[in-house]
Design a protein around this ligand. Structure first.
Ligand SMILES: Nc1ncnc2c1ncn2[C@@H]1O[C@H](COP(=O)(O)OP(=O)(O)OP(=O)(O)O)[C@@H](O)[C@H]1O
Ligand SMILES: [Mg+2]
Length: 253
């Protein structure tokens, strides 16, 4: 991958392997000393755990709750104070390791619409992202986050699919949504846990003008690793998933 500001988001239906691929791509970037920023956009925080963090950490959702509470308690006077502490709060939420950083979005408890605050949060995250050559976003299942423009600033969108014709329909829908929102983003499909002949499906994707960035085989070592609750760093370097992730990283460079 070339060194510039790349924002890579991984989307797809529930359970297709988004978190496993995000963590594997993160490991590839970490081993080539790219110091990525990882954004765990799924409230379930699977990526956060897979990268080796425990349950006690701040999330953007919690920060958002704190700000809303402060604003409610102080009324208008809180505006300036909030503005002054905003970057500090985001920085405090950032989990830093020597070779990568991670921001967990979580989910706040506050009910109601706080659009100006959400916009501020998005801007703060976007400006933080600019300090990193690579940003990797593990999205929530489904395509809702694309519609909500949460991953608005992405440069590369990886649609992870299984090799079913239904998945192709989903990829096409995402392609349409992208055309409406960010035409400039590169889009590619990665097929996970594929076995058998996939040529017909690959053909259908190509006919739709969708690039195929990789095919990941079933990886029993990864499955075992996950069952034992191990981190991605405990996955052997020659595992099928890591080999595939390396190739995907080269493909989108
Ligand atoms: N190629 C693979 N080989 C074997 N197991 C895999 C493979 N890809 C993913 N898995 C396993 O499938 C399960 C689901 O994967 P993962 O949690 O990454 O999916 P997800 O898309 O992030 O799910 P969710 O939508 O719930 O966030 C995990 O146990 C993971 O280890
Ligand atoms: Mg996940």
């Amino acid at each position: 991958m070339s060194k510039s500001s790349n924002v890579i988001a991984i989307v797809g239906k529930g359970g297709v392997g988004k978190t496993a691929l995000s963590a594997s791509l993160a490991r590839v970037l970490i081993s080539s000393e790219q110091n990525p920023l990882l954004v765990d956009a799924d409230p379930a925080q699977g990526l956060t755990y897979l990268m080796g963090f425990g349950p006690d950490h701040k999330t953007i959702g919690l920060v958002r709750d704190e700000i809303i509470e402060k604003a409610r308690a102080k009324g208008k006077d809180a505006k300036e104070e909030i503005a002054a502490t905003f970057d500090y709060l985001i920085a405090e939420t950032l989990m830093e390791k020597e070779s990568f950083s991670l921001l967990a979005m979580g989910r706040g408890q506050s009910k109601g619409c706080f659009c100006p605050l959400n916009n501020l949060l998005r801007q703060a995250i976007e400006s933080l992202s600019r300090n990193f050559p690579y940003v990797l976003i593990d999205a929530e299942a489904g395509i809702e986050q694309i519609n909500r423009e949460v991953v608005r600033s992405v440069t590369h969108l990886i649609i992870l699919i299984d090799l079913s014709f239904r998945s192709i329909a989903v990829a096409e829908k995402i392609q349409e949504t992208l055309k409406r929102l960010w035409i400039e983003c590169r889009l590619g499909v990665v097929a996970n846990r594929s076995s058998g002949d996939s040529s017909q499906i690959q053909e259908a994707l190509r006919a739709q003008g969708i690039e195929i960035w990789g095919i990941i085989p079933e990886d029993p070592v990864l499955r075992e690793n996950d069952l034992k609750g191990k981190t991605i760093f405990e996955l052997p370097e020659n595992s099928a998933m890591l080999i595939a992730a390396q190739k995907i990283a080269e493909k989108i460079s």
